[in-house]
Design a protein around this ligand. Structure first.
Ligand code: PMP
Length: 406
């Protein structure tokens, strides 16, 4: 990959902060957006803005075509069987809330069991807890070992005749662990239990094939994969989506409405109440084009090179360095602490050197508890990061560490 050429597609990377070049290492939270995606948003607002699905007029039809061709693009990209299985949401969070509320509400009864893992993002914990508080089922949690690898024996042993659902992250947003989701899904299916996958951290870094995984549901966010904010995808198997009740009511999701009885639209519209972010949705297809132009395997190889190089230098050259998450094959996320330096202090000083990293609990408080810390500093890489940026990050870490330890 020609990194300099790729970088030239991201104008934000030319910014300077505190008179230093911006070094953006907060890609796990959100990635930056290439010109082609920004242009699709601008084009949407300047040439084709009209509400989708409701109009006979030309603009509305063009806007609808753009949205529906994005749905086809997403379907191909994740190898779903049909466009009916692609539901556009506001993001992973809304997708998981939809599954918990609609599918969970249909599957779980008092006394039943749901399996999650300890490394889940709050988006894959709290929606289930909201449901649990209404219904009264039990949530079981798969633990991890010291490297951040899931305890698969514990997972296997958790299934009982009361297990109705499992839900887990494809990749952890803190540890970088890539879970063996295909195997986990197969185990769940061998017990007749459907599986929900939070793919927010996997979609930007690896090839997703929902049919090969045999996932029942798979959720991800556009903004983490070079796409626009406010758009996400929920893939769901048609056999489930057909049976599930709508999540939200309103326009677009109905077939007919009377005060006596309402019937619902066909899939996927049954789950898309209200005006969607149709401009963002059409820009998502440009983000997929961007990823495919680079090649997801090339992106992953580049990110792994940065991960290995940076991890080694951090461990070798910074005394007191602790890295959380050493799973083999992890994705390019480095969560760390140095000595007893507070993560906020580290993050604030790195920012003054132009380096954007994230600090805190990363919406994974149960995981923080399990690894025995209150928060960590997290650096994470994307296709446009360079070895030179990694060198600058290491130099900055040394400087900041010296200041905070003096
Ligand atoms: N799950 C994981 C693993 C994540 O990393 C995130 C975002 N940090 C989410 C869910 C939620 O994504 P969003 O905020 O885009 O809805």
């Amino acid at each position: 990959m020609d990194i300099q050429k790729i970088r030239s597609e991201f104008p934000i990377l030319e910014r300077r902060l505190y008179n230093k070049p911006l070094i953006y290492l907060d890609n796990t939270a959100t990635s930056q957006t290439p010109d082609s995606v920004v242009k699709a948003v601008v084009d949407g607002y300047t040439t084709t803005k009209a509400n989708v699905h409701r109009g006979v007029h030309t603009l509305s039809q063009e806007a609808t075509d753009l949205q529906e061709s994005a749905r086809r693009r997403v379907r191909e990209w994740i190898n779903a069987g049909s466009e009916s299985e692609i539901i556009f949401t506001r993001g992973t969070t809304e997708a998981l809330n939809l599954v918990a509320s609609s599918f969970g509400g249909m599957m779980l009864r008092e006394g039943d069991e749901l399996i999650l893992t300890v490394m889940e993002h709050h988006a894959n914990i709290v929606p289930w807890q909201l449901l649990r508080d209404r219904i009264g089922f039990t949530i079981k949690v798969v633990p991890i070992d010291g490297r951040g690898v899931l305890d698969m024996d514990a997972y296997r042993g958790m299934f009982t005749e009361r297990t109705r659902l499992v839900s887990f992250a494809h990749a952890s947003n803190v540890l970088g662990t890539v879970n063996p989701v295909r195997e986990m899904i197969a185990i769940a299916h061998s017990h007749g239990v459907p599986a929900v996958v939070d793919g927010a951290q996997a979609a930007p870094h690896m090839r997703i094939d929902v049919r090969d995984l045999d996932a029942d549901f798979y959720a991800f966010s556009a903004h983490k994969m070079y796409g626009p904010t406010g758009v996400g995808v929920l893939y769901g198997k048609e056999k489930w989506l057909e049976k599930m009740p709508p999540y939200q009511g309103g326009g677009e999701m109905i077939e007919s409405v009377s005060f006596e009885k309402t019937t619902y639209a066909e899939l996927p519209y049954k789950f898309e109440a209200g005006t969607p972010d149709f401009i963002g949705i059409s820009a998502l297809s440009k983000a997929i084009d961007f990823i495919e132009r680079l090649g997801i395997d090339n992106i992953a190889a580049h990110e792994h090179q940065l991960l290995d190089y940076t991890t080694r230098r951090m461990m070798d050259e910074i005394p007191g360095m602790r890295i959380f998450g050493q799973a083999p094959g992890k994705c390019a996320i480095i969560s760390f602490l140095v000595g007893d330096i507070h993560h906020y202090d580290m993050g604030m000083l790195l920012d003054k050197l132009g380096i954007e990293v994230r600090t805190g609990h990363h919406c994974a408080q149960p995981l923080m508890h399990a690894i025995g810390v209150e928060g960590v500093v997290r650096a994470s890489f994307a296709a446009y990061n360079t070895i030179e940026e990694s060198d600058a990050f290491i130099a900055a870490l040394k400087r900041v560490t010296a200041i905070l330890q003096s």
